[in-house]
Ligand binder design. Structure first.
Ligand code: BGC
Length: 753
């Protein structure tokens, strides 16, 4: 009997606890139960109609809950870098709220340029708090599509050209958002790398390229970040639209990766009812006010997963298995967010959020070149001349769905005036670009009209720079059509509005011209050799001006690194044919076909492998101090580990790379130690180098730090498409340690057997 006592006690205790927990009402409402227990309890209580109602939108950004059971609606919001202003229930027009001006954080290309996981966590936490305060359950971001071409209009919303960098940066963002009981919705899944004909193009990509380049960041977000939501993209893959793509959603996302969250369609991305039912779409959102198939008294009932779904359920064409799976996933999302066991209140427009925005924007700013003009020196009583439209143009507005309304936006000119209170800081426009000041009826209130001719603008600028103590030109792109903007791609990477000529002319007149390029994607700089200093700024959000001034003045020592290559021209890149970009029409095929013929040779993988000189390489970024590398070591110079392995076992660490980094200059600063691997000669063709580790480390002037980077076995793997598994090739490898993909400071041999 004695041995049964503890068991009896445990049973009684469980029974008692269950009873106590039950006392408050049904299990699904009791936050002390696990999410899975609550889902299991709630699901059978729902009628078929209630389940179907949950699977599609009821307004532009919400879908119904189950009012009868006290289960709330699901509310979504854009986007990757701030909480979108409220729109009307069934229109894209502004709702006209006066309390929805958010903190605008930097665009994700800037976050990626920090190469700093802590910044990503800070970003995720802060934006998650803003989303929660605004009662949003799903944040439609981050975007992590790979920058396959510098022309993609949405590169500014994404995290660069390298899957490892994007994968490392997305994880803390997702965790930070979700700490607030807000689901991060990673987008746009997958192989969605251009805006041109984005809803009519089939991406034809081989499996090796898919697994090595286009999936890893999504996999990291799901498996390491634990993302609760994923958004399907507009394009097709394998001839099937991605919002109901069997291979991507069922086989890979929910199958191989075990994703238990909710798949959301991109807005209007669902195109077929039967596929949507069968292939893993859980929640359908839309764009057209009149529903997807034309006007009806209640348009949302026209959605693929609305009445057409109910019809199929009632006549037996659809079964309840898929519906229960969709409803469970939506319930899980609700129990993880608005009905989460932990209360989250969030916060909005807090001083901490603006501080975070400034810190991240400064940390992502990249010093591309410096002949000594930076940090800026302007004597008291001296003259700083600031030129260029982007010194004053507010760019938090615009760009498509990531358009924001912010409480304030500090322009670079305002910040520089603030930074040099005892100098005269004067501005001249030098060129006129885009004079629009509003987007989707969010207006900056600026008047950017200017009647002057280009010649007049330039001669006024030249007159202004005479006898200046320092001259900074701030130009680049903006968020207009065919620039950094959703739904159109760029036509070239040449700077628009004749800026190249303006900069060339100024460079002749000004001995040490400083150029700041603001953009979310690479631009060509034919004048790079003629100017003293070049800074890459980004769309920095509310605090963009302060962040830029922090770096220009030296208040912050620049430590950003490029998340994508700046090529000399588009023609130098890997996309050579129309079939690669922007796609071609083929006989008998309904959709445009786009062939990823370049395979894994994307970004620096292409330039480095083909020895093509670039303007600024991936990973490049300078500092006001200098760093030297010494005493690089590998924990082992020879390891066993060649052969096949499944992806899961690749996380065991086999190697550590160690290097001594010394700050040899006069400023405290941060260095990004980058570790690339170079494959053995022969065998399957692989890129000349691939990023497999990095660490950002702050070192005081004159001090030395030892930096360690772990290399798991998977770092050496490539995807064997035929066998559908990862494989490590034996042979003589090289581990490269550097300050950019081209500035390699140490090479260590490694034998893999
Ligand atoms: C974009 C998404 C966005 C959605 C909702 C779509 O057009 O592609 O990124 O989240 O609209 O605004």
């Amino acid at each position: 009997m004695k041995k049964y006592v503890p068991i009896l006690a445990a049973v009684l205790l469980t029974a008692c606890t269950t009873q106590v927990r039950h006392a408050g009402g049904p299990v699904y409402l009791d936050r002390s139960y696990s999410v899975e227990e609550r889902v299991a309890d709630a699901l059978p209580r729902l009628t078929t109609e209630e389940k179907v109602a949950m699977t599609h939108a009821q307004s532009k950004f919400s879908s119904p809950g189950v009012p009868r059971l006290g289960i709330p609606e699901v509310w979504c919001t854009d986007g990757p870098h701030g909480i979108r202003p409220e729109v009307l229930w069934d229109e894209w027009d502004q709702a006209g709220w006066t309390n929805d001006s958010c903190t605008a954080f930097p665009a994700l290309s800037c976050l990626a340029a920090t190469w700093d996981r802590d910044m990503s966590l800070l970003f995720g936490r802060s934006i998650g708090q803003e989303a929660r305060y605004r009662k949003k359950d799903i944040l439609l971001g981050p975007g992590i599509n790979i920058a396959r071409t510098p022309l993609n209009g949405r590169n500014f919303e994404y995290m660069g050209e390298d899957p490892f960098l994007a994968g490392q940066m997305v994880v803390p963002y997702v965790r930070g958002v979700q700490e607030n009981g807000v689901a991060a919705c990673v987008k746009h899944f997958a192989v969605n790398n251009q805006e041109t004909r984005r809803t009519a193009t089939n991406s034809v990509v081989d499996d090796r390229t898919l697994y090595e380049i286009y999936l890893p960041a999504f996999k990291a977000a799901v498996k390491d970040g634990g993302a609760w939501a994923v958004m399907g993209s507009y394009n097709l893959y394998n001839g099937q639209f991605n919002c109901h793509n069997k291979r991507l959603l069922l086989d890979i996302l929910k199958g191989e990766w075990g994703f238990d969250g909710v798949v959301v369609s991109d807005w209007g991305g669902c195109r077929d009812t039967d596929e949507a039912i069968a292939n893993g779409l859980d929640l359908e959102y839309g764009t057209w006010t009149n529903g997807l198939r034309g006007a009806a008294s209640d348009s949302y009932r026209n959605y693929h997963l609305a009445d057409p779904y109910l019809e199929r359920l009632s006549d037996g064409r659809a079964g309840t298995k898929e519906l229960d799976d969709k409803a469970s996933r939506i319930l899980r999302t609700i129990f993880r967010t608005s009905m989460s066991s932990e209360p989250h209140w969030g916060s909005f427009n807090s001083p901490e959020h603006y501080e975070a925005a400034r810190k991240i924007a400064a940390a992502g700013t990249v010093l591309l070149k410096n002949g000594g003009a930076l940090p800026l020196k302007v004597p008291d009583g001296g003259r700083l001349v600031v030129l260029g439209e982007n010194a004053v143009k507010k760019m938090v507005v615009g760009g498509g769905s990531s358009n924001l309304k912010t409480k304030y936006e500090i322009t670079p000119l305002e910040a520089l005036q603030e930074a040099f209170p005892n100098a005269s800081v004067e501005w001249e426009r030098a060129y006129v670009g885009d004079t629009s000041t509003s987007y989707n009826k969010v207006d900056t209130g600026q008047d950017l009209s200017d009647p002057r001719s280009p010649e007049q603008l330039l001669s006024d600028a030249l007159a202004k720079v005479r006898r200046a103590d320092a001259v900074v030109f701030i130009g680049g792109l903006n968020k207009s059509a065919n620039q950094d903007n959703e739904s159109t791609d760029k036509l070239d990477i040449v700077l628009p509005y004749g800026q190249d000529e303006v900069i060339e002319t100024l460079a002749e007149a000004v001995p040490s011209l400083i150029v700041v390029n603001i953009s979310g994607s690479p631009v060509a700089m034919p004048w790079a050799d003629k100017v003293d200093a070049i800074v890459q700024g980004w769309y920095g959000g509310s605090e963009t001006g302060h962040a830029l001034a922090d770096v220009l003045t030296g208040a912050v020592n620049p430590s950003g690194r490029l998340p994508f290559t700046f090529p000399r021209s588009v023609a130098d890149g890997p996309l050579k044919t129309e079939r690669q970009y922007p796609g071609i029409q083929e006989e008998g095929k309904k959709w445009w076909q786009e062939y990823y013929d370049e395979g894994v040779f994307v970004g620096y993988r292409w330039y480095a492998s083909k020895d093509i000189p670039v303007l600024f390489p991936f990973g490049h970024g300078l500092s006001y101090t200098s760093f030297s590398y010494a005493d690089a070591r590998l924990s082992k110079s020879s390891v066993t580990g060649a052969g096949n392995f499944d992806t899961e076992s690749g996380s065991e660490i086999v190697l550590t790379v160690d290097v001594k980094v010394s700050n040899t200059g006069g400023y405290d600063g941060a260095e990004v130690v980058q570790v690339y691997i170079a494959p053995p000669a022969g065998g399957v063709e692989r890129p000349a180098k691939e990023l497999r580790g990095f660490e950002k480390v702050t070192i005081k002037a004159g001090e030395t730090a030892r930096v360690s980077v772990s290399l798991p076995r998977s770092a050496f793997s490539r995807f064997d498409a035929q066998a559908h598994r990862w494989v490590v090739d034996p042979g003589s490898w090289t581990v490269l340690i550097g300050s950019s993909s081209e500035d390699i400071r140490c090479s260590l041999p490694l034998e893999i057997r």
